[in-house]
Design a protein. Structure first.
Length: 248
């Protein structure tokens, strides 16, 4: 689904990604862990096409297409979802308006009929209940005044409604209490654990991986993948720390 080969990227002329390679096949969940400043968020932003992140080498193929030939909205329409460490607030736009607009514009790009108001509301209720997010939250302006945990649950509801083929989740677990972590973990499993789908789960800590079992765990350090293993690698990192595991 996603093939990253020898990717190099920089911000303001400063090289951040330095030859990163990674392949995610359908049905796989890959966790990316790594010390602060390793380039994890940069990878997520580059995949999302955020301005200011300049790709200087390598290639990324997403569902058979050159990712860098696709505009950010085309990436979304092709089924890529990005969840960020610091979700944006959009004053003046309700969550429901925002999501219906986003979903219907993606459906339109795929040549599908838009959902009616009633159909959309039914879908939104179903996903909100799955993620234990009160419907009132969906009527409020996007993320405005939401707590950290509410933003993350909200992001999971967004993901449930958009039903992407591929999700890149950057520190979806940051700032969550144990209950919210569990809900988010179960949300990722129920929405994205699928033989047709793929996930890149970027996380600092092993604890989310108690709920979402990764098929592969990669350590990203200084802009490249330096080690790959299974879920045991994450447990080893938690126990021993990055320095020790990377030196081994
Ligand atoms: P991680 O998510 O792994 O903690 P980031 O991808 O956020 O790491 O950052 C990687 C490196 O890029 C860090 O050294 C960081 O300081 C640098 N960086 C991030 N954003 C900018 C920016 N806007 N300008 C310059 N350097 C940046
Ligand atoms: Mg960081
Ligand atoms: Mg980061």
């Amino acid at each position: 689904m996603l093939k990253i080969e020898n990717l190099h990227a920089e911000i303001n002329g400063k090289p951040i990604l330095k030859g990163l390679s990674l392949t995610v096949n359908a049905g796989e969940i890959h966790a990316i862990m790594g010390p602060n400043g390793a380039g994890k968020s940069t990878l997520a932003y580059v995949l999302g096409g955020r301005p200011g992140y300049e790709v200087t080498g390598g290639s990324v193929t997403f569902m058979g297409q050159d990712l860098f030939d696709m505009e950010p909205h085309e990436r979304a329409a092709a089924g890529m979802f990005l969840g960020f460490q610091y979700p944006v607030e959009i004053p003046g736009v309700s969550n429901l308006q925002f999501l219906r607009e986003a979903l219907n514009s993606q459906r339109k790009s795929r040549g599908e009929e838009p959902l009616t108001g009633g159909e959309f509301l039914k879908l939104a209720k179903e996903k909100a209940s799955l993620l234990k997010l009160d419907m009132d939250m969906l009527k409020r302006n996007v993320n405005v005044g939401f707590s950290g945990g509410e933003k993350k649950r909200n992001e999971m509801v967004q993901m449930g409604i958009l039903d992407p083929m591929f999700a890149v989740l950057d520190e979806t677990d940051s700032g969550l209490d144990i209950d919210a972590l569990k809900v988010v973990g179960q949300g990722i499993n129920s929405i994205m654990r699928d033989a047709q789908k793929g996930v890149l789960l970027i996380t600092h800590y092993q604890r989310l991986l108690d709920y979402v079992q990764p098929d592969f765990v990669h350590i990203l350090s200084a802009g490249a993948i330096v080690k790959t293993g299974d879920a045991d690698l994450a447990r080893q990192l938690e126990a021993e720390g990055y320095d020790e595991v990377m030196a081994a």
